[in-house]
Design a protein around this ligand. Structure first.
Ligand code: SF4
Ligand code: SF4
Length: 319
């Protein structure tokens, strides 16, 4: 048992360190700390060790680490040697919506735009309803990419599908092409966009732009510096695991698991896999749920609650 835990801890450390080193590789000499540490940010008190290109291990406050955004050209190249995957454990989701809010905040999005959407699904009249968080699936056979007339949306070597809003003409073909409705359209220049003072990068999907499409980006700007995506970092239930399918490792920040074992032992599946899209997001079925579905309505805003009115559950419970 002891060896296995050490292995797990070491693979998580390896996995996170690999992300950080990949980031460090692009910064020459002593400017690492300056480039990666934003002293204007509030500190968290949590220290992490970062490796400088001189091989020096320096301790910095975790909250201060940020990655300078990569250029549009650089964003076409995936993070070398990686193939990202996400696993969502439906047995643990209670619709806390911290994933949605953290993602919106991290991407400077208005409340009306959600890269992560939480649905209430019920597979049959007789089965119990359950909460279903849905980001972009970063499909290996992305229909959205194949219909874009200007090449504004593209698939990278690390599996991530991004959109360049400097190239997007807002035709919405990709929104029609995507069978999972994960994309959102900017009907106007929302004030939240202007809050982002950093240069635009498709890796951060920010600042947004009126008349263009955007979506979940798997947060490569965070992964580059060894952090998990906003949704995975902020889910209080540890529902969202993120990792590398080639490394066969995923973590939700508190536990690290072998991806292949998790999918095998928990009957993991991909949503509407029959469509042939080959999503990079897997689900663990909602068995032995930890919460009654009702708890997901507690403190829910009326505008959000209304979305579930016409679901089978909503009708039977007169929401
Ligand atoms: S809306 Fe933008 S990204 Fe989507 S298909 Fe049109 S040009 Fe491409
Ligand atoms: S991976 Fe990132 S962009 Fe996608 S839903 Fe999570 S926080 Fe949002």
């Amino acid at each position: 048992m002891e060896d296995n835990n050490d292995n797990k801890k070491s693979s998580r450390r390896q996995f996170l360190k690999k992300g950080l080193i990949a980031g460090a590789g692009v910064v020459a000499g002593g400017s690492l700390l300056a480039a990666y540490v934003d002293k204007s940010k509030p500190t968290s008190g949590e220290k992490v060790k970062v490796l400088t290109t001189e091989g020096e291990l320096v301790e910095v406050d975790k909250a201060l680490i940020h990655s300078p955004r990569v250029s549009i050209e650089e964003s076409h190249k995936g993070i070398p040697g990686r193939k990202f995957v996400m696993v969502i454990d439906l047995a643990k989701c209670k619709n806390a919506r911290k994933c949605v809010e953290a993602c919106q905040k991290g991407h400077h999005l208005p409340r009306s735009q959600e890269f992560m959407k939480v649905y209430l699904l019920q597979d049959s009249e007789k089965s119990a309803p359950y909460w279903f968080p849905k980001p972009c699936f970063h499909c290996d056979n992305p229909l959205c990419v194949s219909v874009c007339p200007v090449g504004a949306t593209y698939k990278r070597s690390d599996g991530i599908v991004l959109i360049d809003n400097q190239r997007c003409i807002g035709c919405k073909f990709c929104m029609t092409g995507c069978p999972y409705s994960t994309r959102v359209f900017a009907w106007k220049d929302y004030p939240e966009y202007a809050e982002d003072k950093e240069p635009y990068s498709p890796e951060a999907s920010s600042p947004g732009k009126e008349g263009t499409v955007s979506k979940c980006d798997f947060c490569p700007d965070l992964v580059r510096i060894g952090k998990l995506p906003y949704c995975a970092q902020n889910c209080p239930m540890g529902v969202i695991y993120f990792g590398d399918i080639d490394e066969d490792t995923v973590t939700n920040g508190s536990e690290t698991l072998r991806f292949s074992e998790l999918i095998r032992d928990r009957s993991g599946y991909r949503y509407l896999e029959v469509l042939g899209t080959r999503p990079s997001v897997y689900y663990l079925p909602p068995v032995e749920r930890q919460f009654p579905v009702e708890s997901g309505f507690k403190d829910l805003e009326e505008s959000v609650k209304n979305r579930f009115k016409n679901t089978p559950y909503g009708k039977t419970h007169k929401l």
